[in-house]
Design a binder for this molecule. Structure first.
Ligand code: SF4
Ligand code: SF4
Length: 190
């Protein structure tokens, strides 16, 4: 996902909070901490127990997913369009060569915040916000730092990590540090 519009930077307090969390994440990418990925997964589940994407849909409203050729092929077929028709109608190639939506909100976002092409949506959408991915650190620079300002679930995960690692000084991390009573699906929980 890319081309976001910041929405948390509305007050000086939020600016400070975002800066603190971004600095924390940069530091985290250089530290060796055992159990970080397990903790991230547990916090991801905790976040989506509290946050319903259908009340948010912020990513679909202000960001664009990256469309890989397999995504374009699958979606255009689903819509009864050719690959080229879909590309020409909805997408542009950015400076890095990735195919992105021309407009936001996404053309597939419905008024009820559901995705009209949910079963065939881009892989980038089904894996968003990537806080459940196995290597949390690998997504810090490219994804999580940006998303603390755009995705409430990412913000929750990073704030809780900050609480445990910095405020409580935990060095050996584990999913047991997070009390998750019930498993939830990864990605968009609807
Ligand atoms: S993934 Fe994040 S930004 Fe997208 S709808 Fe869910 S909580 Fe909102
Ligand atoms: S394809 Fe669906 S899930 Fe992805 S941005 Fe568009 S509306 Fe959201």
């Amino acid at each position: 996902m890319s081309k976001p519009i910041r929405y948390l930077r509305k007050s000086n307090k939020n600016k400070k909070r975002v800066k603190t969390l971004a600095t924390f994440l940069r530091g985290l990418s250089r530290r060796k901490l055992r159990g970080l990925d397990g903790l991230a997964m547990a916090l991801h589940k905790e976040a989506f127990k509290k946050i319903d994407c259908l009340d948010c849909a912020h990513c679909c409203k202000v960001m664009t997913p990256t469309f890989k050729p397999a995504d374009i092929k699958r979606i255009s077929k689903h819509l009864g369009m050719t690959y080229q028709e879909y590309q020409g109608k909805y997408l542009y190639k950015d400076e890095t060569g990735d195919w992105m939506n021309t407009k936001t909100p996404c053309q597939h976002l419905r008024k009820d915040n559901k995705c009209a092409i949910y079963p065939v949506r881009p892989k980038d959408c089904s894996e968003f916000p990537h806080t459940q991915n196995r290597e949390f650190k690998a997504y810090i620079a490219s994804t999580h730092i940006q998303n603390i300002e755009y995705c409430p679930a990412t913000l929750h995960v990073v704030e809780r990590m900050h609480q445990l690692i910095i405020e409580q000084g935990k060095k050996n991390l584990s999913a047991a540090d997070v009390k998750v009573k019930q498993a939830v699906p990864v990605g968009y929980p609807y």
